[in-house]
Design a protein around this ligand. Structure first.
Ligand code: PLZ
Length: 451
């Protein structure tokens, strides 16, 4: 197949194939154009240009077919251009592309809200509202919590990532590259220690209890429980390093919020929609958040985000208080309905668990062989390894970048993350086939061997 014939979606040949060096000549050409026309502030993981993608592969403009362990940052969980997404989007785009839900509503929006209400944790009465991006969903969850409680303060955590808008930059922990030079930031945002087992000073066994104790006493001393509108947390942290809090930490936090009239908001933008081997990461702990933010995998890459939560909180906002021109665009809603149908039909919750079941033992073997791997963690198909100077917990960002680069050169797309830039994260599409998954792990092994 030549590049020009490559059609995306699940019918793409599920194979790794390198026909040029990475990046090839056509990608290099496009990169030159890019550097003359696109602002420098937009970075890239891999210097290739995409031509088609589907299943577990991404084909570039030179005809290289790469194994995809990134899913466009946890977005294309059902695979790029999945059949049901393509058919529903095609149908919708031919009917109408936009009316604005606030002008003339349409059924697709209501249907997506019904699905979100059904699938998110808890069987209480819920309402949803739709937006364009994850950051916008987080902003709106905060608006709703403040309005409903009449309080101002927002509590967030070390290593948190919530977006790039002014409020969500304030909520995001890491300065470079997200915040540097972009202040001043929104006020009334308070940061607490995160229950990070690998780096907890008292050791992983004491992490849950000590972290909970610190959060409670710091809120009491520095903010005052009665001033807190919401606690916002990613149940498994994403950009900050795929940090999985110890069992019981989220539940303890949710109980504390309930006892103090604080809205507990789970940011499931990266961890949601089957990724962790449950529909939502909160399900693992049996935690029922008051509000949940979703985006990313919700619509297989079309821009769509949601806030879903307790009817009495969501409906506290006056008519006209929430909205936006494009939020819940009909084409994006059609994509979401196709994506959700695919997740259910193909049982992607089980698929994510199977992926974790294959990856975790192989990564554990790798960690036993290479002491540069300090920690292997994750749930389902949201898996990471943290790289350190052997025998310490000192982050090794250089080794992390070297392994990622070696994978890229070998035809596999992997992403890094972490406050210290020393975490390799693996987010394959949940529809990836077993052969590509194991081949990807072998490429990773070779990259560690070559360090
Ligand atoms: N909350 C938990 O993971 C987006 C960011 C990529 P938007 N993460 C990828 C980058 O460098 O910009 C994210 C997230 C969590 C919120 C967001 C924000 O979602 O759709 O990027 O606004």
């Amino acid at each position: 197949m030549t590049v020009d014939q490559a059609t995306g979606g699940p019918s793409l040949p599920q194979q790794r194939k390198l026909v040029t060096e990475i990046p090839g000549p056509r990608s290099r050409e496009l990169f030159e154009r890019r550097s003359r026309s696109v602002a420098r502030g937009l970075s890239h993981v891999l210097p290739i240009f995409a031509a088609a993608a589907g299943g577990g592969v991404l084909v570039d403009v030179d005809g290289n077919s790469l194994i995809d362990f990134g899913s466009g940052i946890a977005v294309t969980s059902v695979g790029n251009s999945a059949d049901l997404v393509v058919s529903r989007v095609t149908e919708q785009v031919a009917q109408f592309t936009h009316t604005c839900f606030m002008v003339a509503p349409y059924e697709g929006y209501v249907e997506v809200c019904e699905q979100l209400n059904r699938l998110t944790p808890g069987d209480h009465e819920k309402r949803s509202a739709l937006f364009n991006s994850g950051a916008e969903a987080v902003e709106n969850a905060v608006k709703i919590a403040r309005h409903a409680t009449g309080r101002d303060a927002i509590v967030v955590f070390d290593h948190a990532y919530h977006g790039r808008t002014n409020l969500t930059m304030a909520m995001t922990a890491k300065n470079m590259p997200y915040k540097e030079g972009f202040g001043p930031f929104a006020g009334e945002v308070y940061r607490m220690p995160m229950a990070y087992p690998f780096r907890w000073p008292g050791g992983p066994e004491r992490c849950r209890e000590e972290a909970l104790g610190m959060v409670k006493s710091l809120i009491h001393a520095q903010v005052g429980e009665e001033n807190v509108a919401a606690v916002v947390i990613e149940p498994v942290q994403g950009e900050g390093g795929f940090i999985v809090p110890p069992d019981g930490f989220l539940a303890g936090l949710a109980d504390y919020c309930k006892a103090n009239g604080i809205v507990f908001i789970a940011d499931e933008i990266q961890s949601g929609f089957c990724r962790t081997g449950d529909w939502f990461a909160c399900d693992h702990d049996g935690v029922v958040p008051d509000l949940v933010t979703t985006a990313k995998a919700l619509a297989d890459g079309l821009p769509l985000a949601g806030v879903t939560g307790r009817a009495e909180l969501m409906d506290a906002v006056h008519p006209g208080g929430l909205g936006g021109t494009y939020g819940g665009n009909p084409v994006a809603c059609a994509a979401a309905l196709g994506a959700i149908e695919t997740m259910e039909k193909e049982d992607l919750v089980s698929a994510a668990r199977r992926i974790g079941g294959v990856m975790l033992p192989r990564l554990a073997q790798l960690a036993a062989k290479y002491p540069v791997i300090g920690d292997v963690r994750g749930r389902g198909a949201m898996i990471a390894v943290e790289l350190v100077k052997p025998g310490t917990t000192e982050p090794d960002a250089a080794a992390t970048a070297a392994v990622a680069k070696a994978c890229h050169q070998a035809g596999m797309l992997v992403l890094t993350c972490g406050t210290f830039g020393n975490v390799l994260r693996f987010l394959p599409p949940l529809v990836i086939g077993q052969p590509l998954l194991t081949e990807g792990l072998s490429i990773l092994e070779d990259a560690f061997a070559a360090l």
